[in-house]
Design a protein around this ligand. Structure first.
Ligand SMILES: [Zn+2]
Length: 456
């Protein structure tokens, strides 16, 4: 091959010189070399370094034109005649332990968010296990750096992922995810929250109706008001109505059942959201099937409680609603009414001053659960946590109150944490912003998979 056929610029801005080139259907191979060092790294003498031996070492690089790229690096050893030691120069552009260029390692870490490891592996021509290791190391480093801030309004929710309930901690006002715990057990939640610095600053805890959450909150954040997010209790009203609808439908003849086409969706909608057409349809059903009509009415009336202005009106209206249940209806609505009595204080705390917090996380997540489950099916929990926590730039906030310390006290006493960490003392990490994160995770991945087999 003549020198003219050797592409010198394709690997730009890599500093290595291309000395050989070979092309195959799915792969480009470049033979590359770095300039000889002039200075001995051991004794610092200049001009006494001589070549001492060489071998070729294989590195993967970023794919080019949809093909895998292999770099065959001519890796030389050198000897310093001044101090008589041999050495191999450092390779700042290579992630040597992973046998790839650093830029490929960076690319892989970005690409594995929102895509499977094997998919990324096929694209860049790297074994899946290498990708896993890369990502894990990267995650470990980020995890060590992450210092979450206790929010004013904490959300404790659960996420049913990989057939297990996971606990999700959110900052409701900032709409960020603070962390994700492997399970929602009391010991796990306790362990995490007891390590959360400044948890005394938490004023409101918005939660699912899961007793361990309540117990942990009362024990660790006794100052906080516990609020059950209206979403959770309203969902139970929908579920009760759904159960009634299904059992009614199951008892109908096929002919009569046909009259209820599309009923699920319309019945779950709020009455005020129905357009005139749909409203007519629903009215017809409700007249035709009085039991269904009653269930729909009860659902609507229950949800309307949350439109009321204050706690005493809401309580009053709930009492009225509850006593309107007939003996036949009572068992049907029992899951809801039981939850209402077990969590009465926390449910009605929603109506207290300034506590009408709805949880953006719960709402968005529930809409996207199917996609998230698909995305994480073959992922370890740690991997999923890493992707949730470290895929997008965190929301950072300046501390409200500037430090009051005099600058002249510097040098006395113990160094502050901020000085030790060597970073701005006034920034607080609020966590991963939910909406950008979901957008990022769930957008269809761009796949430039080079393997012909993958096209079939
Ligand atoms: Zn030397």
């Amino acid at each position: 091959m003549s020198d003219l056929a050797i592409p010198q610029t394709l690997l730009h801005p890599l500093k290595a010189t291309v000395v050989g080139f070979h092309e195959e259907e799915n792969e480009y191979s470049f033979q590359v070399e770095y300039p000889d060092p002039e200075v001995c790294p051991n004794c610092g003498t200049c001009g006494e370094v001589v070549r001492f031996g060489k071998k070729q070492v294989k590195f993967r690089d970023l794919p080019l034109h949809g093909r895998w790229v292999t770099l065959w690096l001519v890796r030389r050893r050198f000897m310093c005649r001044a101090c008589n030691t041999t050495f191999s120069p450092a390779l700042p552009e290579m992630a040597e332990s992973n046998r790839m260029t650093r830029r490929l390692a960076d690319y892989i870490i970005k690409a594995t968010v929102g895509r499977t490891n094997s998919d990324v592996g096929r694209e860049v021509g790297v074994n899946e296990s290498v990708i896993r290791t890369l990502f894990r190391d990267h995650f470990e480093a980020q995890k060590d750096r992450y210092k979450p801030t206790a929010p004013r309004v904490l959300g404790i929710d659960e996420l049913y992922l990989q057939r297990t309930y996971r606990c999700v901690l959110t900052n409701i006002e900032e709409e960020t995810i603070i962390d994700l715990l492997e399970s929602r057990t009391k010991p796990q939640v306790t362990a995490y929250l007891s390590r959360l610095k400044d948890r005394k600053d938490i004023e409101i805890v918005c939660m699912d109706m899961w007793n361990p959450y309540r117990e942990v909150t009362k024990a660790l954040m006794p100052q906080a008001t516990i609020v059950v997010d209206k979403f959770h209790i309203q969902r139970m009203a929908n579920e009760a109505m759904e159960k009634i609808r299904k059992s009614l439908k199951a008892g109908l003849s096929q002919h009569r059942r046909r009259a209820l086409k599309g009923d699920r969706k319309l019945m779950l909608m709020r009455e005020h959201d129905l357009n005139p057409m749909n409203r007519m349809v629903v009215d017809t059903w409700l007249n035709q099937f009085p039991e269904l009509g009653a269930a729909y009415r009860l659902k609507e009336e229950f949800l309307n409680i949350w439109n009321l202005e204050n706690e005493s009106d809401a309580k009053e209206e709930y009492r009225r609603w509850h006593s309107s249940l007939t003996p036949e209806e009572r068992p049907q609505w029992a899951p809801l009414t039981t939850a209402m009595s077990n969590w009465e204080a926390e449910i009605f705390a929603y109506f207290g001053n300034g506590q009408r917090n709805t949880n953006a996380f719960t709402e968005s997540m529930n809409r996207q659960m199917k996609d998230l489950n698909r995305l994480t099916r073959s992922m370890s929990f740690e991997m999923f946590r890493a992707k949730i926590l470290f895929s997008v730039e965190h929301k950072m906030k300046r501390k409200e109150k500037p430090r009051r310390e005099s600058p002249f006290t510097m040098g006395y006493g113990l160094p502050t944490d901020a000085n030790l960490a060597g970073r701005a003392p006034s920034m607080r990490d609020m966590g991963a912003p939910i909406r950008p994160l979901l957008e990022f995770l769930l957008e269809p991945p761009i796949n430039i998979n080079p393997m012909p087999s993958a096209e079939g």
